[in-house]
Write a protein that binds this ligand. Sequence first.
Ligand SMILES: NC(=O)c1ccc[n+]([C@@H]2O[C@H](COP(=O)([O-])OP(=O)(O)OC[C@H]3O[C@@H](n4cnc5c(N)ncnc54)[C@H](O)[C@@H]3O)[C@@H](O)[C@H]2O)c1
Length: 347
Amino acid sequence: MEDYKSFYEGKTVLITGGAGAIGSNLTRTIAEIKARKVIVLDDFSAAYEWNIPSLTNVLSVKGSVTDEVALKRVFGLKPDIVFHLAAFFANQNSVDYPQHDLITNGLGTLLIYQYAQMCGTGRVVYASSGCSIYGSQAPLPLKEEFMSMHLTTPYQITKMLGELYGNFYNHHYGLPIVKTRFFNSYGPGEVPGQYRNVIPNFIFWALSGLPLPFTGSGEETRDFTYVMDIVDALLRAGYDERAIGQEMNIASGSEIKILALAERINELTGNKAGIVRAERRVWDTKKRLLACIDRAKELIGYEPKMEFEQGLANTINWFREHWDEIQRDAEFPPGMSAATSGMVVKR
Ligand SMILES: NC(=O)c1ccc[n+]([C@@H]2O[C@H](COP(=O)([O-])OP(=O)(O)OC[C@H]3O[C@@H](n4cnc5c(N)ncnc54)[C@H](O)[C@@H]3O)[C@@H](O)[C@H]2O)c1
């Protein structure tokens, strides 16, 4: 096994948000490497028990990152490494519930750093977000040196806040923090819903025989990153000394047009309902997203491996395997868009 993987053997690892879309994949991977214990701290506000692996070295603690009783319990187990993935996700959710966003992403992150510093935790890896740092005016490909003060949602502001607090804890207390900036994760493990990403929602609607809502001109792009590539980057970020104090993009380093994505998902799922025009969300101003991943390559040896076509196929397979649970748990309000009309939904 490569060093950055075997490093986790026998370690105690805390993963906040470890039941979520990215967290559940990270939990499974580290547990299978034979970590001594993987502690999942998750309030299950956006996660499902069936999505976390039932392995003997996984301890699931239901609680909030803002609840000091829960924090004392998990930090009392003396984690060697903390992956802080818990968050109030994401842009539209934060527009609808800005106070909740600030409490979870702002105060929750500050508390994680405080407890990690008090307990002498060896490494904290923070799940930052590319869309939260660069704004909509940055030159492409997006590089770590650039930063925007013109963010368009509370989520973007509080995810940046997590980086700023991280810098403070690193500079002032020497807490070994790594800031990994993700770009549009996709893959097995993400249950669709009103506040979820475009790929799971497109697949859900396509498998339901509904048209896929499209808001743009046809030219919009995103840098979609396969979830297991993100997991690989996280393992490296938790291990490599050169990563400490650094921020780095974790992306695929390539662009996919949203319109082409919708058409491809319809082809792969055999959906004949096509696409439908939907209203653009006010905050959704980014035409293209493309990250430069040179820094992560240089510092931690990160190299995205998944071909987009294969990643999509894996995701669709996962949907088919878990269709009953996904249909039961996907959360959409009635009449959310043209594409959701007629769908059985709950909130
Ligand atoms: N998915 C992406 O495309 C993407 C992009 C950039 C950054 N990120 C960041 O990566 C991290 C993981 O993203 P994800 O896609 O897995 O999201 P997710 O919503 O699936 O996972 C977040 C998890 O945090 C949990 N949670 C929410 N509030 C909590 C609280 N107060 N206490 C404890 N747990 C709480 C949720 O139940 C969920 O399991 C987040 O921090 C997110 O901001 C994700």
